[in-house]
Design a protein around this ligand. Sequence first.
Ligand SMILES: [Mg+2]
Length: 260
Amino acid sequence: MRWRSCCWILRFTQDDGFLDLSVFIRIIRGQKAFPRAISTCSVCAVPASKLIIFDCDSTLSAIEGIDELARGRGPRVFAEVEAMTTAAMEGKIAVEDVFAKRLAIIQPRREDVAAVGRQYVERVEPTALATIEQLKAAGWTPVILSGGFRQIIEPLAAHLGIARIEAVDLYFNASGDYTGFDAKFPTTRSGGKPECIAGLKRELAPARTVMVGDGVSDLETKPVVDLFVGYGRYTERAKVKAGAHAFIHSLADLPGLLGQ
Ligand SMILES: [Mg+2]
């Protein structure tokens, strides 16, 4: 199998922009016919996707997941963690300076993660679901890119019909006690979100890439996207508003902004 053919099969077997590995393997093994678009080797027959990448906390949902995990540990821990989160989101301290520290203070259990996951859904941005459905119908592939935690975000992603989450994994032992996090994941440090987007663009070769978010870590993605949209429904940050290509207070404004 020539490499070029493999690449086109990979692209064709993507559902919502992402690979259906079982279909790919069946085609490679000769158990499934090549789709017409591939057999004709027509580049134009495989349209490039358009990526719309959303921050999660204070963008798709009103809450900051790490702060809600801290709230369950009492007011002193909550105040300490919230202050660190705010300083990081405003760019006053580096994300990597607080990431491990906040989790070490909180020691989240698996059951805490499930509870905050439900809060994400309960406090979802009120126009998010309809907006994402509209954008998907117009050919956009939504992705969640977060410095938060994959297991907490999964219920919200399922609610919104978003198949791909780029976020940090938490680790637990068999009893559900916290044992650590994926310290290698890019969003655990400053500059991590642009790194993730660069990887998505290499993987998916989108025709257009848009990022939406409220924080300075989101604004960092501006050089690697076609449009950076600042978001201010929950927290309006002057630095983000000044630096963004556009600034909105409702996700329902996105389709118009994108010409959809
Ligand atoms: Mg945010």
